[in-house]
Design a protein around this ligand. Sequence first.
Ligand code: NAP
Length: 261
Amino acid sequence: MSSPRILGPRILILGGTTEASALARALAGHVPVVLSLAGLTRHPRAQPVPVRTGGFGGVAGLAAHLRDSDTTILVDATHPFAATMSRHARDAAAMVPGVTLIVVRRPPWQHQPGDRWTDCTSIEAAAAALGSVPRRVLLTVGQKELAPFAARPEHSYIVRSVDLPPLAALPGAELIAATGPFTLADELALLRRHRVELLVSKNSGGSATAAKLAAARQLGLPVLMAARPDPEPPYAAPNLASDVDDALALIEAHAGTLLGV
Ligand code: NAP
């Protein structure tokens, strides 16, 4: 005898962000929720919901997973620079009848008076914009994005990332493993201690890592700001939330529809 299909919402959150973890916390105990992580972080935080780890095997793999797990709501709460996973989420959700896609996308940071930002179209463009005068550069672009800077060895780099990159990724760099949120005091101390002259950042948005920008503003330091990957659907998805509260409201509305309330 086949087991009965569970009615009501079953939620899969694609995570790796503070928003995904906050959603998992808010939903835990109320509806069946699984959080999916890529598995890149060596010591992921404990989560209050079941966690599955590792890629799905592309769009077809994710679609099969959605079917097999009877998922009804797929929440793409990945990082704004995780463009491949977001595309896969959009395409897989479209392939599986009965799956609603909700996208959580925090707004990008905006220039403020006193900022000395140069907008760059990509990390590669930011590396190209460093100039030839040797400088002490703080990189907060993630450990996978260091190659363009290895090609600019005239600069001295301080790399801060969640996990330490391999030493060979950027020879001679000073490496700092740290996980946000960071305070303004933390960031001022970091910039002063390492005599940073310039910052390179992704325009990730959100509050957890925004203090470095306030610290740069206060110290009058320039920032090379790499733009997000090209906007394309699902960034224009109808179920687009800019924060966790928005996402919960959308989930509640869809769960209510599924339950007929
Ligand atoms: P990506 O380039 O968009 O995705 C590469 C592949 O990793 C995907 O095709 C997928 O493999 C797998 N993957 C990504 N996110 C996954 C998830 N939540 N669950 C299961 N598999 C996942 O992603 P990325 O930029 O390497 O980011 C990887 C993870 O780190 C994401 O969860 C993201 O939210 C988080 N993160 C990224 C950044 C960043 O700057 N990129 C910053 C902070 C956190 P399959 O095709 O095999 O399914």
